[in-house]
Design a protein. Structure first.
Length: 401
């Protein structure tokens, strides 16, 4: 079964080119995948609070909705949000728009297992009172509100500011019964965590190297999460393993909110330096990030960010045990009780995302020597890797020198 190919990989990468609020003065580029990554983090927080209240959350549905909504947004990137909101109110017009989206993406998805899922996502009518739907919608609106605060600062005299702010506030009010939204709007500590995670959009990867498009740590994190999730599905992963693959991918660079992005050549220049950086990252994360989380969540987030590229499980004694290969995870630990975590697949997704950043920049002519060398090395190091049923050659072989 195939859940991902290089055509889909490239389509997701296109979201780094999509500018948001591009009719306003912006102190920095606001990019679609960055907003979407922030939205998924907010959805995670809202859903966690709802689970704590005893409400059932369909985590796999949330993940799929997040991935497929990003695909939809990539196709309709030229439609401003207020126009899109009006289109959604007209069922016939919205159906026609989704037909166009499906026709555009069908050549990419037709040979993949997610084809029918994406079609259902576009054309099945949603129950807007369903908790899972409300979590995603609330996260979307709050992420837009968070962005607008940046826009408002850069456009202090724009006559539309009050109207936009009023509209966003009116749209978020119906979701204040959700504990997470209530805490965010009332500036509880968890808001600081959302702000901290959001700051990853200000951190540009490969910062010292000319490159197009510039990609942020925040957007990169979502790309890794999506690839990790789809790779896990190719390995017939159990629900908890799928959950860990996506959220582990999203959180894998969380310590960089405290340390900033340190490029790989610096990290790996010596074992001693790499170990020191990891030690500093651990201390900063412990002191500056974990205190912003609800105490009940800290253990899980640590599971995601500590030794994030190692396969692991939690055994019956509640101890973390490292598993050498994906094949062993597939054969012996692919059940929810072990909370299997595909660190090697997340690492592979991380390397693929970095390769795309180098490849696509070189492909449009922004190709400094460092970027060419990095892209070649990533491809050479990963093209022959096999993780269970995931063969990386099937993706990398479609990219030339």
């Amino acid at each position: 079964m195939r859940f991902i190919n290089n055509l889909l990989v490239n389509e997701f990468f296109r979201s780094f080119h999509i500018q948001r609020w591009n009719d306003r003065i912006r102190p920095m580029d606001l990019i679609e995948i960055d907003k979407h990554s922030h939205k998924m983090l907010i959805a995670f927080i809202i859903a966690k609070y709802e689970e704590a209240r005893g409400n059932a959350i369909d985590w796999d549905l949330l993940i799929k909705d997040g991935i497929y909504e990003l695909l939809r947004r990539i196709v309709i990137s030229d439609i401003k949000s207020p126009i899109y909101q009006e289109i959604r109110k007209n069922k016939d017009v919205f159906f026609k728009l989704n037909e166009y989206i499906f026709a555009t993406l069908e050549p990419i998805l037709k040979d993949l297992e997610i084809y029918s899922e994406f079609k259902n996502f576009l054309f099945n009518e949603r129950d807007t009172s369903n908790l899972n739907y409300r979590v995603m919608e609330a996260a979307h609106i709050y992420a837009s509100l968070w962005e607008f605060q940046i826009i408002e600062t850069a456009n202090p005299r724009n006559y539309q500011n009050e109207k936009i702010l009023t509209d966003l506030n009116n749209r978020i009010v119906p979701y204040q019964d959700l504990v997470g939204i209530d805490k965010l709007l009332n500036h509880h500590t968890i808001k600081n965590f959302v702000d901290l995670f959001g700051s990853l959009r200000f951190q540009i990867r490969w910062a010292q190297i000319p490159r197009v498009p510039k990609t942020s740590v925040l957007g990169h994190s979502l790309l890794v999460a999506i690839f990790s999730y789809l790779f896990a599905r190719e390995n017939d992963a159990c629900p908890k393993r799928l959950y860990n693959a996506f959220w582990g991918g999203l959180f894998h660079d969380l310590p960089e909110a405290a340390t900033r992005d340190i490029i790989s050549p610096v990290k790996t220049s010596s074992i001693e330096l790499d170990n020191l950086i990891k030690s500093i990252e651990s201390d900063l994360t412990e002191n500056e990030i974990y205190p912003l989380l609800e105490p009940a969540w800290v253990g899980e987030v640590k599971y995601f960010v500590e030794k994030e590229f190692e396969n692991k499980i939690i055994n019956n004694q509640h101890e973390t045990v490292f598993i050498p290969t994906t094949e062993e995870l597939n054969s012996n630990y692919n059940t929810d009780e072990f909370s299997p975590y595909d660190g090697q697949l997340i690492r592979s997704a991380d390397r693929l995302a970095a390769f795309l950043e180098a490849y696509h920049s070189c492909n449009v002519g922004i190709n400094p020597e460092e970027l060419i060398i990095a892209g070649k090395k990533i491809k050479e190091d990963n093209i022959n890797k096999i993780y269970g049923k995931v063969n990386m050659r099937e993706i990398y072989c479609n990219y030339g020198e």
